[in-house]
Design a binder for this molecule. Sequence first.
Ligand SMILES: Cc1cc2nc3c(=O)[nH]c(=O)nc-3n(C[C@H](O)[C@H](O)[C@H](O)COP(=O)(O)O)c2cc1C
Length: 218
Amino acid sequence: MSTLRDRLRAEASIVGEAPLFHPSLAPDDPQELFREWLITALDAGVPEPHAATLSTVDEHGRPDARVLVLKNVTDGGAFEIATGSESAKGAQLHANPNVALTFYWTPLARSVRIRGVATPASAEESAADFRARNPAAKAIALAGRQSAPLTDVAERDRLVAENLAALQADPAQVSPEWTLWRIRPFALEFWQGAPTRNHLRLQYTRTDEGWRRQELWA
Ligand SMILES: Cc1cc2nc3c(=O)[nH]c(=O)nc-3n(C[C@H](O)[C@H](O)[C@H](O)COP(=O)(O)O)c2cc1C
């Protein structure tokens, strides 16, 4: 019987076929390249291409990470995400806005790593994002307890049902905890896997003069 280790060893990584990418021809602005790669992932039918891992740090400086969805990329090149302020990540973002956001698009063999600083959007912008969510997600968020210990499932179900009914009566209702965040990047890396293992890595770093671009060893 094969062990888990054997099975993992036998599993292929960096599967699929990477689209054409010439780092030397990449645009000066990383936002342009990000949009291009995200649209390629959307067009290729990559499942949940907007899903990304958001890394934060807790009050002891220990990293924490979870998957969430990218809401938009602004014209100014900021990455928008949204979450409840009462959640673990919400508290971490308020205490320390330094974050990383990581995408992986398979089978395109592409990943994008973003490092930046998060700033909360205005209450109106957060409310607009909340209103665009589906009713079930809104009803849970309205309970305002994301990441709190779930000690009473029946109470949870009752609260969610109550919130769903309240939303039917007033669909414009918003959770004051729901916050849209904008991540202004200071560094991005575009990574594309190659069967030769000579993977392509293009890093952009923000400087006073604009974006500096450099390729990295795989
Ligand atoms: C595909 C996917 C998308 C998700 N999108 C969000 C999201 O947009 N906002 C959010 O708060 N949580 C989202 N979650 C749930 C988070 O991963 C996480 O469980 C939750 O936010 C609590 O994290 P925290 O305890 O670190 O705050 C998503 C999870 C998955 C797997």
